[in-house]
Ligand binder design. Sequence first.
Ligand code: 5GP
Ligand code: ZN
Length: 109
Amino acid sequence: MSDCLFCHILSGDIPSSKVYEDDDVYAFKDIHPKAPTHVLVIPKHHIATLDDAKDALQLGLLMQKVSYIANEVLKLKAGYRVITNVREGGGQVVFHLHVHILGGKKLAF
Ligand code: 5GP
Ligand code: ZN
């Protein structure tokens, strides 16, 4: 979508620090990290929110890639946290589905 920040990042119009990319997902460093490692994983096609993701296989694939990126790319051996904020009440600011990966320190709830 033309007015979507993360679609602009996908197209390269807005620069980002890529950590991983394949045919399905793009992962890049959060511009305001909340932990020593803070990466966002986004699907390559625009989906506004988790509630708009109707394809169970695509959602499963996204989460599998999150696990792969956390373990094999980011090497978060001690573990990590996964967050998806959903709509305004959930703190979602960018309306392109994304999964936060946070790690690199012991995370309190
Ligand atoms: P949300 O609150 O929607 O779940 O998270 C959006 C995230 O995107 C925030 O953690 C914010 O720091 C990050 N963010 C916002 N604008 C940019 C940007 O231009 N580049 C990058 N790399 N991250 C961004
Ligand atoms: Zn988008």
